[in-house]
Design a protein around this ligand. Structure first.
Ligand code: PNS
Length: 164
């Protein structure tokens, strides 16, 4: 049986922390679907299509990884593709309550899939897309948080916003 995992997130944009999770998930499952999803609580910097393009660029060496976009409930998507797991990265205690709540809700909506938490690598403990965008917006160096192409996209988006 092919074991399919779904790795959902906003990925606005993808960081080294996400890439680490994708890599490790791709070693654990036969197929990993990175699912660019909407989080109603967040105001995105990039469109879903832009985020997909950036993820494609940084996962081109991962043979069993595909990227898709979610326009609906995660649990329905997981059922429709026959996935057995939802993979999420867990950084710190502060992530836990929110992630635990989502895992329980998804389990209730679709009991046949498990949420699997991969603890983040220690060097990425503090890393999030929001922190990266904030550092960039105030002129900080984000080169150790995201690949070069992503850094350029963030910088040009910030420059365009500042022109308005
Ligand atoms: O990277 P994020 O923003 O923490 O990811 C959260 C995300 C996108 C995975 C979550 O908001 C989600 O699953 N959205 C899809 C809609 C859905 O199913 N919501 C209910 C989740 S319990």
């Amino acid at each position: 049986m092919r074991r399919i995992a779904v790795c959902p997130g906003s990925f606005d944009p993808v960081t080294y922390g996400h890439i680490d999770i994708f890599n490790r998930a791709s070693g654990l499952f036969d197929k990993v679907i990175i699912l660019v999803s909407s989080n109603l609580a967040k105001q995105p910097m990039f469109t879903p299509t832009e985020r997909i393009k950036m993820i494609m660029d940084v996962t081109s060496d991962m043979d069993n990884v595909v990227i898709d976009i979610l326009d609906g409930l995660l649990a329905d998507y997981v059922r429709d593709v026959g996935a057995c797991a939802i993979v999420k990265g867990l950084r710190a205690v502060s992530d836990f309550e929110y992630e635990f709540q989502m895992a329980l809700a998804n389990k209730k909506l679709y009991p046949d899939a498990e949420t699997v938490f991969l603890t983040t690598s220690t060097e990425n403990m503090y890393l999030s897309s929001s922190v990266v965008k904030q550092i960039a917006a105030f002129g900080g160096d984000i080169s150790s948080f995201v690949p070069d192409a992503i850094r350029e996209n963030i910088m040009s988006r910030i420059a365009n916003v500042n022109k308005i």
